[in-house]
Design a protein around this ligand. Sequence first.
Ligand SMILES: O=c1ccn([C@@H]2O[C@H](COP(=O)(O)OP(=O)(O)O[C@H]3O[C@H](CO)[C@@H](O)[C@H](O)[C@H]3O)[C@@H](O)[C@H]2O)c(=O)[nH]1
Length: 488
Amino acid sequence: MESEKRQLHLFIFPYMAAGHMIPAIDMAKLFASRGLRITIITTPLNASSILKTVEKSKILGLKMDMLIIEFPAEQVGLPKGSESYHLATAPDLRMKFLEAITLLRQPLEELVQDYCPDCLITSALFPWTTDVARRFGIPRLIFHATSSFSICASECLRLYEPYKKVSSDSEPFILPNFPDEIKLTRNQLPDFVTQDIETDVGKLIRQVIKAELTSDGAVFNSFYDLEPAYADYYKKVLGRKAWHIGPVSLCNKESEDKARRGKEASVHGHECLKWLDSKKPDSVVYVCFGSMANFNDSQLMEIAMGLEASQQQFIWVVKREKTQGTKDEWLPEEFEKRVEGKGLIIRGWAPQLLILDHEAVGGFVTHCGWNSTLEGVVAGVPMVTWPVSAEQFYNEKLVTQILKIGVGVGAQQWVRFLGDSIGKEAIEKALIRVMVGEEAEEMRSRARELMKMAKSSAEGGGSSYSDLNALIEDLSSHAIAGEATENN
Ligand SMILES: O=c1ccn([C@@H]2O[C@H](COP(=O)(O)OP(=O)(O)O[C@H]3O[C@H](CO)[C@@H](O)[C@H](O)[C@H]3O)[C@@H](O)[C@H]2O)c(=O)[nH]1
């Protein structure tokens, strides 16, 4: 009875987007593997990506559950089923999506009331969950599915506004009082940072920052040795509490678990692993832009031509379906025939962790979403960085300038979903730089070192392992203190 009472119960409530749900589910597994009771909160259409994990954890004797709250899509005027952020592709849809999210507060409060968890770990993008936690006298921790570097960079921009001191959008400015000399341009910043007019996203971001200041700390999917100066900056300069417990993807030990992250891989996704078995180590470049970024036909055409011209073997993930009998307008004539044996296109969802883990993969073209970036680090591969939106331009700086394990393709313009337009020559050049020659080898050897550091951080005695212990201890003492107050 006593131990049942002391088992910590966490509510994990991730943002409805693959880039947030995937690492949150990994984090849930990590907590559950340490004996905590976990309940993941989500909406009906997002539940399917969690269900198998919950079922498997039960078989393993772990305490993991899921609770579903309705997503009020139709109530705010969104089409039925619009429960994921990537479906909100136009400004009015995004506004409605944000509105729908604020309506989740009441159902969350009801669940907290009914289940009495010891802590809420929620997306930074749910600032109101700090108030919910306060109301019930429990801590709210933020789950940062991104780097400390990017959070520190955006805080630095907010505090010092260096982008206001340059005369054009393309003139570089330096992040003031920052551990490294990092240059950015206004073009590379999210629109809500530079826009003077108040937008809904801008308003949300201000609430996010305010809630971060009053929450009880942040859990990062990162590891200390990857970005020590920024883990310290977050704690010591910004004065906030944080635990670095990543890379959380390392909790997936079996191929089956690695394959099913996010969505089921498409048919091509499964075939590509057999194809990789026939290739030499470090001879294939993997090209994938996460779950949100979308390129138009002409940009895909440039990528195809760049890949072919680079003469590198490749796996390229494109979020387009093949329609039988019709020509792919985004591919050069006879492209697939010409690259047969040398390149593979995955249409749909790729089993990314399995591909990156494969020894044949020697380079990664990424949009610098944090999950992909960290997964690239864990795989020990150098990267071509092609940031598109969100905090990806900051992550690019970390990869290319601080870690020195990647080269930029030359993206200069932050755009919400569609990528900046990059020509085939730039793509070809960047591909060759990460795959061939002395510079590539130097980047690869640094990447391998980071891979080892990533893996040992998650093992017993490693920094992420210890930070997770410290977090669990903090939560336990808070829960015990809460019980004591209740009993008095
Ligand atoms: O075919 C695919 C495509 C993606 N993934 C996985 O999906 C995740 C994608 O996450 P990420 O690389 O972070 O990209 P986004 O989906 O774009 O993520 C959003 O959320 C991230 C977390 O906050 C931010 O860092 C990004 O900038 C933001 O765009 C990764 O785990 C990938 O392994 C697959 O498994 N197969």
